[in-house]
Design a binder for this molecule. Structure first.
Ligand SMILES: Nc1ncnc2c1ncn2[C@@H]1O[C@H](COP(=O)(O)OP(=O)(O)O)[C@@H](O)[C@H]1O
Ligand SMILES: [Mg+2]
Length: 330
């Protein structure tokens, strides 16, 4: 198997003419964490539902682990794990009981489930809590349990739909560590969705930015950031003002501004430009106090590509999640 996932011109039109996924194409390498980053309603869950065989596409083709969606769904279901956006664990059961239920769906024996789950529970720090009822769990513990449930049958490809939705910043960062560990220990491919910029940035090897069902850009976090504005190199000199700086020879130079002893230089690629910048300043007798390389944020990238910020939607999502949790707890 070469690619873990191949998607060609995928489209999904729901009844009522809602175009949820609009001519989407992308490929996911084996062992990669690939993320769909986009706001509410962008088509992220619909794409996951198609790839996990839950919802048929309207047109286009998709292959998961070399198996064609719509033709080899059984084979696909055997090699994938899914942690859906909506939590699935039963509140009135313990962690273990939920895990047994999930494992038995894959035809695993109780002892098989037990030995697999032990390792997973340990990996996500949930061994102690596994005998407790899920309704006593915190939001972060629930998400970790869902992760264990999605991994119990050792899938080759794991789908995570908004894995840290509604969690606080610290808990989310912990979950990222768990997800990274799962990927490296099991040599797994992960396809995930998120509307959190920092999550996509820190966790994903490559990101597709999706909005209104369309992919706006695909690349590594660094590549995406570079697409927009280039890097900023900030040099502070000991004595200023460095009025006669000449930066003509700097590769990929866009523009620069001088403010006191600080020069802010926009370049295509910081690593390539920095040596020339330093050399040019030093040769003119300036003593350099510090050099800083600032990359533009994904937030800026999203804004440039879509014309709006992702932030407002984030707040909405968190609220609806809280309401949902409260209802579940009854
Ligand atoms: N079962 C459905 N029937 C009709 N429209 C749907 C259905 N599921 C999702 N949609 C619509 O499709 C679009 C994409 O939704 P979704 O894939 O859930 O986006 P995301 O996961 O990025 O928030 C939205 O406009 C949503 O309202
Ligand atoms: Mg969704």
């Amino acid at each position: 198997m070469e690619k873990a996932i191949v998607v060609k011109n995928l489209r999904k039109v729901y009844e009522g003419e809602v175009v949820a996924v609009d001519d989407v194409s992308f490929e996911v390498e084996r062992g990669e964490i690939f993320g769909f980053l986009g706001p509410n309603g962008a088509g992220k869950t619909t794409t996951i539902n198609i790839l996990t065989t839950l919802v048929p596409p309207t047109s286009g083709e998709a292959y998961v682990g070399d198996h064609k969606v719509g033709e080899e769904d059984e084979e696909i279901r055997r090699i994938i794990g899914l942690v859906p956006q909506e939590l699935t664990a039963d509140d009135e059961l313990t962690g273990w009981e939920n895990i047994y239920l999930q494992g038995s769906l894959y035809g695993m024996s109780r002892s098989e489930i037990r030995s697999e789950a032990r390792e997973l529970l340990q990996m996500v720090g949930l061994e102690e809590a596994a005998d407790r009822l899920v309704r006593t769990y915190s939001g972060g513990m629930r998400r970790r349990l869902e992760l264990v449930m999605g991994l119990i049958h050792k899938p080759e490809i794991l789908f995570l739909d908004e894995p840290t939705l509604g969690l606080d910043v610290q808990t989310r960062a912990h979950l990222w560590d768990h997800i990274r560990r799962v990927r490296s220990e099991y040599d797994m491919t992960i396809f995930m969705t998120t509307h959190y910029m920092d999550e996509a940035d820190k966790l994903c090897d490559r990101i597709a930015i999706i909005d209104h069902g369309r992919i706006k850009a695909i690349g590594t976090p660094d590549e995406l950031k570079r697409m927009v504005e280039g890097d900023l190199v900030i040099v502070r000199t000991v004595d200023g003002p460095p009025i006669d700086v000449r930066l003509d020879g700097v590769p990929g130079l866009k523009d620069y501004t001088i403010d006191g002893t600080e020069i802010r230089i926009r370049v295509e690629e910081g690593e390539r430009a920095t040596p020339a910048i330093i050399e040019s300043l030093v040769s003119r007798g300036y003593q350099i106090r510090s050099v800083e390389l600032v990359r533009p944020s994904l937030e800026q990238v999203f804004l440039t590509l879509t014309g709006r910020s992702i932030r407002e939607e984030e707040a909405l999502d968190t609220i609806s999640y809280r309401v949902m949790m409260r209802r579940r707890r009854g």
